[in-house]
Design a protein around this ligand. Structure first.
Ligand code: NAG
Ligand code: NAG
Ligand code: NAG
Length: 383
């Protein structure tokens, strides 16, 4: 009786062993397939009389490989598809004439400045706002404001383009307070980014858009003092009403005091007017942070877009997504808006005709001019 029971148990166990052996076989097969596919190992076989190696067929990937890859990688795109997308992107770049744009020659000559006012020191830590595409290890440091909203939307779109589209968002239709990616792909320091992603600085491609300091100051003036002046008259525009001289002086003395007293208090105006090199920890990230210049003039702006495309390509963003970004920013309001409003032109005349104000601006942004290589001379450049 007991031996029968033993036999039954034995039979049962051996069956279990057999089934688990099968299971491990299947598992091993899957693991090997996975490794082969993910690491692109050559799969060589005969197709009729032709020797086919999956590694060599960069265009004609075997369907088998495609199916397996699709299964393991949600974002997988076949080589053939990528090639097509690349061709379309190149055609688009040509259509938008974003090819072969030469750099303007910069004559950032510090000897041009009068130094009536003490130069505001560089590399004070103000803000570091990063917008990230995690999968591609791509981070943009955004400096307030206009184009920074667009740049942040681009990063948001690239981080999860499907969710972005499903939420009916568009790259140029985003607003700061209602942005889709709020708290999703955002970090307030590079240290925070590296800590939460368990990565090293070398793993990342980082870039930032910077503007011509005077253009940026004038935009801030028009925005704070003219367009939005109904809101909190006393506080916005430093209480300067519409006085550009008052505005420039306030920025200069506030920035100087902020730098000297290692203060922690600053307001929204300061974020838009204090030197750009105080953002993004530029000094500590020398050679790491790619600098892309952003201009007000549309024909100059195309150069900015071309440079952004270069960075996205370098980060291995899918060409179809880059095309989409291009279509949206070229078609969006940023394309057609008259950037240089009459108010801004007037403010620019007032400033550039005043030696005193220009001295102050050069001293205020001295290190921006040098670090980002903007010309100190405005006579004929920005009319
Ligand atoms: C480029 O422009 C041509 C002519 O206007 C047009 O036919 C073509 O579809 C455009 N290509 C892309 C990729 O937009
Ligand atoms: C900034 O955005 C505002 C409104 O969104 C727009 O009217 C203005 O032209 C933009 N300025 C620049 C320099 O793009
Ligand atoms: C997006 O738009 C479509 C069509 O207009 C609508 O059916 C859908 O509910 C919208 N989705 C969201 C999240 O608003």
């Amino acid at each position: 009786m007991a031996s029968v029971k033993k036999q039954v148990t034995y039979a049962f166990q051996s069956q279990k062993y057999a089934s688990s052996r099968q299971f491990y076989c299947v598992l091993m097969f899957l693991v090997i397939m996975y490794v082969m596919v993910v690491y692109n190992f050559a799969l060589t076989y005969f197709n009729g009389d032709t020797l086919v190696s999956a590694k060599e067929t960069s265009v004609e990937e075997t369907e088998f490989i495609q199916v397996i890859r699709n299964f393991f990688d949600r974002d997988y795109v076949s080589q053939r598809m990528l090639l097509e997308e690349r061709q379309i992107l190149n055609e688009k770049l040509k259509n938008y004439s974003l090819f072969e744009l030469e750099e303007p020659i910069s004559d950032a000559d510090p000897s041009n400045i009068a130094r009536t006012y003490a130069i505001v020191p560089p590399n004070i830590k103000l803000e570091e706002k990063l917008r990230v595409v995690y999968k591609k290890r791509l981070a943009a440091c955004v400096i307030e404001k206009n184009m920074s909203t667009v740049l942040a939307s681009i990063m948001c779109f690239l981080e999860d383009n499907k969710a972005f589209a499903e939420a009916n968002r568009t790259i140029t239709g985003e607003h700061f307070w209602t942005r889709f990616c709020k708290d999703k792909n955002e970090h307030n320091s590079i240290e925070d980014l590296l800590r939460t992603t368990h990565t090293k600085l070398e793993d990342w491609i980082m870039f930032a858009l910077v503007r011509d300091p005077l253009e940026r100051l004038l935009s801030a003036f028009v925005d704070k003092c003219i367009l939005n002046r109904e809101s909190e008259m006393d506080k916005s525009c430093y209480g300067c009403k519409q006085n550009i001289r008052c505005f420039v002086r306030n920025v200069y003395w506030r920035a100087k005091s902020f730098a000297e007293n290692h203060e922690k208090n600053y307001n929204m105006e300061d974020v838009h007017t204090f030197p750009q090199n105080w953002h993004c920890s530029f000094k500590d990230r020398t050679n790491k942070m790619k600098i892309i210049k952003y201009y007000s003039e549309f024909k100059e702006r195309k150069r900015t877009y071309a440079k952004i495309v270069d960075v996205l390509k370098e980060a291995d963003i899918r060409p179809a997504l880059i095309s989409e970004v291009l279509d949206q920013i070229m078609a969006g309001s940023t394309y057609h808006t008259t950037i240089n409003s009459p108010e801004k032109e007037l403010a620019r005349k007032k400033v550039t005709n005043s030696e005193d104000l220009m001295d102050m601006i050069y001293s205020l942004y001295y290190h921006d001019y040098l670090m980002f290589d903007f010309p100190f001379e405005y006579k004929d450049v920005h009319v």
